[in-house]
Write a protein that binds this ligand. Structure first.
Ligand SMILES: [Zn+2]
Length: 483
């Protein structure tokens, strides 16, 4: 919240499509690799070379349109956006200005605002257009030279432009996450921000509370994490308010966000579309999207996260909160659904994934896709708890941690580490008696009616058995011995 002002935010999101090849040539579309290994005369902009449009890229752009409830236009054109920059050898980018593939979409989502209350929200999509990515300049830190890697040149990209419908950092980040989830579920991109396959530019302006006139906006570039988007919005809104309070004007400009310094710096004055001398690309014919193609693509769109979440609530009787987490990412929901093929304990699968697996993933700073064991292994672990072979706390800590470290199946880990639960009454009785003898004071307190002391005594048995004692058997033995 900014005192005295309303914030207005719009996003431009760039997303690299996960096609096999680039958008206008047959070069591999792959992250990394030796510099300039994935290039050819077309993507290097050699004279006389002609682009051939990749059908898969068009289809993925249309799928992104369906995933965000856009209208798919019958006719789309490719245009040239002219500018000189060292990482773009053609000196123009092929994009879509006048007739994009998708327009007028809508994404609904919920979020927690800065006062902690839960809100329903929606953001309108103005357009989604198909274009090509540029190469990368690598600046030599020691000498004075810059090197160029054109591997990314011609990688298919979609740009998703929203209307300025957002008013806070919290709302913008929640929208961005909802959009990212939709693109991931649609299967059009891996959306890895750390590899640059998903990037956002933030347009932001402020105006006095209640005013109908929008303020002058700035555009912030180089936002490569959700946290950076959040911090950049907070910082830029504050900067603009400070400028205005000092009687200064906001200048329409492009700013670069520096996440290390936690502030944005002026890059250049904002360019308008006519600065780029756009014109229809004479080398590429218009794209005609007929009804048959549209309906085939629409049918092939995988289940979207909101529909999936509703299905989990209805089909598996899971709480809304749990369903929301399980459907926040396709890697998580796939793992969940696969695990259910091997066990009937739905609630336990849900708990293991959303509480314990996500905790370990966070601690180890990895991604869900890095999980090295199979859904069937998680089911085996849950079944060993349900069958009384190990207790739940051993399963959630020792065994699950070992599974994450690649130590094999739960059954093997349980045997190798000797974790099998001790359920033998005679064996446990001698331990229970020893604990009673060693702890006269708590035992006395228990006898005087202080029931909660039993927890301490149970703990002592667990200590002596390395957590392997069967809790309900131990509890029963204590009650028998002490009463
Ligand atoms: Zn190429």
């Amino acid at each position: 919240m900014l005192k005295g002002y309303d914030i207005t935010i719009g996003l431009e999101v760039h997303c690299e499509l996960n096609t096999k090849t680039k958008v206008f040539c047959g070069c591999k579309n792959e992250f990394g690799g030796e510099a300039n290994a994935h290039t050819c005369p077309v993507c290097l902009g050699m004279p006389g070379m002609l682009p051939v449009l990749n059908k898969q890229a068009v289809e993925k752009c249309i799928l992104a349109g369906f995933a965000t409830n856009c209208t798919i236009n019958d006719i789309a054109h490719m245009d040239r956006k002219n500018y000189f920059y060292p990482d773009s050898p053609k000196a123009y980018q092929i994009s879509q200005l006048y007739h994009p593939l998708c327009s007028e979409g809508l994404v609904k989502f919920s979020y927690t605002d800065d006062t902690g209350s839960e809100k329903q929200s929606q953001v309108r999509i103005e357009r989604i257009h198909l274009e090509e990515d540029a190469g990368k300049s690598i600046h030599d830190a020691w000498g004075k030279s810059s090197l160029l890697d054109f591997n990314r040149c011609g990688v298919p990209l979609i740009e998703i432009v929203t209307y300025p419908d957002m008013t806070s950092a919290e709302q913008t980040c929640a929208f961005f996450e909802a959009l990212r989830a939709r693109l991931r579920f649609a299967g059009v991109s891996d959306c890895k921000m750390q590899e640059g396959s998903l990037r956002a530019d933030v347009n932001l302006s402020i105006k006095p509370i209640g005013s109908d006139t929008l303020g002058t906006r700035t555009e912030m570039k180089n936002l490569n994490s959700v946290k950076a988007i959040y911090r950049a919005i907070k910082s830029e809104a504050k900067r603009q308010a400070e400028e205005l309070s000092q009687g200064k004007r906001i200048i329409q400009e492009t700013r670069r966000w520096d996440d290390n310094k936690g502030k944005s710096l002026r890059m250049r004055s904002k360019e308008e579309a006519n600065d780029y001398r756009y014109f229809p690309d004479p080398d590429l014919t218009p794209i005609a999207v007929d009804e048959k193609w549209k309906s085939e693509l629409k049918k092939s769109l995988p289940e979207m996260p909101d529909a999936k979440m509703q299905r989990y609530i209805n089909e598996y009787s899971l709480p809304e909160y749990d369903s929301g987490i399980l459907t926040s990412d396709p890697d998580i929901s796939n793992f969940f659904e696969e695990t259910l093929k091997h066990t009937k304990n739905i609630k336990s699968v849900s708990n293991f994934i959303m509480v314990d697996m996500l905790r370990i993933i966070k601690e180890r700073e990895v991604e869900f896709s890095d999980v090295c064991f199979a859904p069937a292994d998680l089911a085996q672990l849950i079944n060993s708890v349900d069958n009384g072979i190990i207790n739940i706390s051993t399963a959630k800590t020792t065994v699950l941690e070992a599974m994450f470290s690649g130590e094999g199946s739960p059954d093997n880990i349980i045997v190798a580490k000797g974790l099998k639960q001790m359920g033998n009454e005679n064996e446990l009785l001698s331990i229970v008696r020893a604990v009673i003898d060693e702890n006269p004071t708590p035992v006395q307190q228990y006898k005087e009616g202080k029931q909660q002391v039993i927890g301490f005594l149970m703990g002592q048995v667990m200590k002596k058995t390395q957590g392997k004692a069967k809790p309900d058997t131990v509890m029963a033995l204590f009650k028998k011995e002490l009463n």
